[in-house]
Design a protein around this ligand. Structure first.
Ligand code: PGA
Length: 266
């Protein structure tokens, strides 16, 4: 049987951290540390005000520029929002949509997230589409139901030709940030299998087997290897540790050294 090959992908989400000096230094150090090594797809998503600056630091490197959010319109009277055309103008290749902080702190609904996914696709951005259950949902045995719902509603109407520009980030809400918890490799693997299975029900087996599913939630160099060893963990979304060059590079290194054969939907 031919092994299924998916390139690993590591995304740094800087959230609302850094200032212009730190952002420039960090981007430069990551680009330099990675050099010409493109075994892993790497993107960093700085805060909006530093996109131009970070983009300039990443020019000619293997690190792609991404954004943390967008509003699903090209332009208009939407005070405080940022359009995907502006992101493209600044050199962004990708955007995070549906991050748990957008869902739970800012109240984004599956319907708005779906609008963002469709709009980002129309404009040609790669989408890091994030889903994940809360602790209550996990404790009451609803994890699979929640993931299925977020996938079905968030990806409604996405054409199959968009799927090569879409990754799914599994980010259990209870494991993100300084909660003191992270999913065990087995918990991450089990959730990724659920995601791949449901994605397969929506889009078919081949797209599901090709889908890159990243895990996010307190990934660090010391748990990255065991996570990446899981057949359905194809990468990671990194918050806190993406603000530290050594730790971020060590996580990328861990992703690069994992065997290439990976899990299948069916
Ligand atoms: P964390 O954040 O690595 O700080 O837990 C992950 C994320 O929000 O993507």
């Amino acid at each position: 049987m031919t092994p299924n090959i998916r390139k690993k992908s590591v995304v740094g989400n800087w959230k609302m951290f850094t200032n212009s000096a730190e952002a420039g230094r960090l981007a430069g150090a990551i680009a330099e540390g990675l050099g010409t090594d493109d075994h892993v797809s790497v993107a960093i998503c700085p805060p909006f005000p530093y996109l131009g600056l970070v983009g300039a630091m990443l020019k000619g490197s293997c690190v792609a520029l991404g954004a943390q959010n967008m509003y699903p319109k090209k332009e208009g009277a939407f005070t405080g929002e940022v359009s995907p055309t502006m992101l493209l103008d600044l050199g962004c290749k990708s955007v995070i949509v549906g991050h748990s902080e957008r869902r739970h702190v800012f109240g984004e609904t599956d319907a708005l997230i779906n609008e963002k996914v469709l709009f980002a696709h129309d404009l040609g951005l790669h989408i890091f589409f994030c889903i994940g259950e809360t602790l209550d949902e996990r404790s009451s045995g609803q994890t699979e139901k929640v993931l299925d719902r977020q996938l079905s509603l968030g990806l409604a109407g996405v054409p199959k030709d968009a799927l090569n520009r879409l990754s799914v980030g599994y980010e259990p809400v209870w494991a993100i940030g300084s909660t003191g918890h992270h999913a065990t490799p087995q918990q991450a693997q089990a959730a990724h299998v659920m995601i791949r299975r449901h994605f397969g029900r929506i889009f078919g087996t081949d797209p599901a087997n090709a889908l890159c599913i990243q895990y996010g939630g307190s990934v660090k160099p010391d748990n990255a290897v065991a996570l990446f060893e899981q057949p359905d963990v194809d990468g990671a979304l990194i918050g806190a540790d993406s603000l530290n060059t050594e730790e971020f590079l060590a996580i990328i290194q861990a992703a690069a050294s994992e065997p290439k054969a990976t899990g299948k939907a069916a």
